[in-house]
Design a protein around this ligand. Structure first.
Ligand code: GLY
Length: 347
């Protein structure tokens, strides 16, 4: 069992342990009093794990309800969000009750946003069931939904009360979802720690999760609200989110981020922000792991979504510049340079 405390405001523990889902009641009781718990999940995860969690919590006196929505990025919408809020209210959840986000990144972002806004905020627990959610999105308190004009354009920072991660659940993950996690782990390796590449390739899930959570801990403790340093974790996401949106979310997050990282590395080099072009090495690593990092969209198409980035402040944007694999820095671009950056990043 590994416990990592994230010392943000408020602080919370991340507990990583094989089969922790079997004793979820005992662990949660150490953090909250018996109350009404609303499990928010998607239909795929519901059929795999919701009953186990529900039964365990009920045995310790929690009153448990469940709200289920269809799986996939399309559910991160205003309409699903409002349906869940109405259902939560119909179930009579009060300010002292609790939400559990049981699932991957979509579930965590959506349920977290519900928790942050219902009655101006109630406590929630993240139980990530995907590799990506375990090593990245369940940590750091970002919540949100998509708008037609782009990904994650509405949301809040709302830290969970607790994050419980059971690495044995990744055994049921389809390859495409496993690769979402691998792409985010590669991002972490490129940004801060090259030595992660070996364990990522060997599918050493527990080690990779513990290391990525520790890296994210140090970053969000220094910059909880993404005003500077935390933007390093967005490497590959400026282009990656545009690709996801342009494809109508038919390109998975992992493939989009893989393509985005290569694109952004090449663009930063060609703009002269770094002496090293890591894009070729990165492409080799990603192709070896099964990614097909192609960008079939035009500069104009990409720009339409890039300009919606939350990272644009006063007509400037911080881009992530790889100095080498394992070390990145931020650099500022004005809007003319941003267009140039998107143009030169294209092969
Ligand atoms: N996923 C990047 C972050 O949480 O900042």
């Amino acid at each position: 069992m590994k416990k990592i405390t994230i010392n943000t405001s408020p602080s919370y523990d991340v507990i990583i342990d094989d089969n922790i889902l079997n004793t979820v009641n005992e662990t949660i009781l150490e953090y909250i009093e018996p109350c009404k718990i609303c499990i928010i999940t998607d239909s795929t995860v519901s059929s795999l794990y919701a009953n186990k969690v529900k039964t365990s919590l009920k045995s310790s006196g929690f009153l448990v309800i469940k709200i289920v929505f269809p799986p996939g990025e399309h559910s991160k919408s205003l309409s699903t969000y409002s349906n869940i809020l109405e259902a939560v209210a119909d179930e009579g959840l009060t300010k002292t009750d609790c939400i559990i986000a049981l699932g991957g990144g979509v579930v965590g972002d959506l349920a977290g946003f519900v928790a942050s806004s219902y009655m101006r905020g109630i406590q929630y627990i993240q139980i990530p069931t995907t590799y990506l959610a375990a090593l990245d999105s369940s940590i750091g308190g970002k919540t949100g939904i998509n708008l037609l004009r782009g990904k994650n354009l509405v949301g809040t920072f709302w830290n969970p009360k607790l994050v419980l991660c059971d690495p044995t659940v990744f055994n049921t993950l389809p390859t495409i979802r496993r690769m979402d996690g691998i792409a985010e782990a590669i991002k972490c390796a490129v940004v801060t720690d090259k030595s992660l590449l070996g364990p990522i390739k060997n599918n050493s899930y527990t080690y990779v999760i513990e290391r990525c959570v520790s890296i994210k801990k140090s970053i969000v403790e220094a910059d909880q609200y993404e005003e500077s340093l935390r933007q390093l974790l967005s490497f590959g996401h400026l282009i990656g989110h545009a690709i996801e949106k342009l494809s109508g979310y038919s390109v998975s997050h992992g493939h989009a981020i893989a393509a985005g990282m290569i694109y952004e590395a090449r663009a930063a080099y060609k703009m002269g922000f770094t002496d090293t072009d890591i894009s070729k090495d990165l492409e080799t690593i990603l192709r070896t792991l099964g990614f097909t990092p192609e960008v079939s969209y035009t500069v104009e198409e990409l720009m339409k979504y890039v300009i919606m980035s939350k990272r644009i402040h006063k007509d400037t944007i911080d881009i992530v510049v790889p100095i080498e694999i394992g070390k990145c820095k931020l650099a500022k671009l004005n809007m003319y340079q941003l267009e140039e950056y998107i143009r030169v990043g294209k092969e």
